[in-house]
Design a binder for this molecule. Structure first.
Ligand code: NAP
Length: 303
């Protein structure tokens, strides 16, 4: 029986996320033809060498011509230009989707370029690593991870279901969400934690030399995990903060208030308050373990 979900799938940008999905599509023969548009010659030849696509091109219109599904996998700051540039070449009845980490503002910048008769199904797979580029992808990245689908009102349910099915085939669990709600949830679960990591590692970078070298030497005491997160792609994260401004600022406001409370508790030697908070946070960790979301995705070991 054929596994084919789409005849022709086009990737616009194919780094960690795009190449991981392309690996699944190739592994399980989910498309007859896979094409990638990439800016750099390096990426275009790498995806051919890895056999992730049938062809790669720097001509964005050619990449989407005749495609049944077009997936935007560039940093979200590039989405508007990409959407404008593919708009005139999209096939009637085709689906445009994306993997961007912010949904509200991204939908706004893409939706106006989607022609009548083309469906738009925004998605966000909640899976990733701090690495970039097509060589860092792996086909198990989405296993048991959520993919959040944030459909725009009036979208054909069949188109939504076809895209959701592709993510299910990649091992994902599907959740449907309103785009603004998605952005609030992600602000506190992903965006603010990244900002904290960038801040802590940034503060350490500004320390005087002797202290700085000791921070690196004794990194295992907690700093290490922050350095991993703070090694994430600078362009991708710049775009996330610029595009999820409101939700991030709202959550940062709450965090600042709570930090102030903790500062006071330490100054007043209010051990009870500290212990009560740390006990509650320990419970949260247990809940994360219970639902199986505690293990970070790791590429399988080479044999
Ligand atoms: P990545 O590994 O850095 O790959 C990005 C791809 O986009 C590359 O192929 C790159 O092309 C291309 N690109 C970059 N800037 C471009 C521009 N201005 N115009 C056209 N193409 C451009 O990034 P990624 O981690 O796969 O992330 C891609 C998307 O997935 C982002 O929107 C991000 O928000 C979302 N996402 C990321 C994660 C994560 O943890 N990484 C998780 C979930 C969702 P070249 O290689 O030719 O330079």
């Amino acid at each position: 029986m054929s596994n084919i979900l789409f005849k022709k799938i086009s990737f616009i940008g194919i780094g960690l996320i795009g190449s991981s999905l392309a690996r699944v599509i190739r592994r399980d023969s989910l498309a007859q033809e896979v094409v990638a548009y990439a800016r750099t010659e390096q990426t275009r030849s790498k995806v051919l060498e890895l056999n992730l696509v049938d062809s790669s091109t720097d001509d964005i219109s050619m990449a989407v011509e005749g495609a049944d599904l077009v997936i935007l996998c560039t940093p979200i700051g590039a989405y508007e230009t990409v959407a404008k540039n593919i708009s005139g070449s999209l096939k009637h009845g085709s689906i445009v989707s994306d993997v961007g980490s912010v949904k509200g503002s991204v939908i706004e910048s893409i939706a106006r370029y989607i022609p009548n008769g083309v469906h738009f199904v925004p998605c966000h797979p909640i899976a990733g690593t701090e690495n970039s580029g097509p060589e860092s992808g792996f086909d198990t990245l989405f296993n048991d991870r959520w993919t959040i689908v944030t459909p725009v009102e009036g979208t054909d349910p069949t188109a939504i279901e076809r895209v959701a099915n592709l993510w299910r085939s990649a091992g994902s669990k599907i959740e449907y969400m309103d785009p603004d709600h998605h952005d609030q949830v992600l602000a506190i679960t992903s965006h603010v934690p990244h900002l904290i990591a960038y801040t802590i590692v940034g503060t350490a970078t500004d320390l005087e030399e002797r202290l700085k070298s000791e921070v690196i030497k004794f990194a295992a005491s907690g700093f290490r995990d922050f350095t991993r997160i703070a090694a994430s792609d600078p362009i991708m994260w710049r775009d996330i903060f610029l595009n999820n401004k409101e939700a991030v600022l709202e959550m940062l406001g709450r965090l600042t208030e709570d930090l102030g409370g903790l500062q006071r508790a330490i100054r007043n030697e209010d051990g009870e308050r500290l212990e009560s908070l740390f006990t509650r946070t320990r419970e949260i960790r247990r809940s994360v373990i219970e639902v199986g979301q505690h293990i970070p995705p790791k590429p399988p070991k080479e044999t």
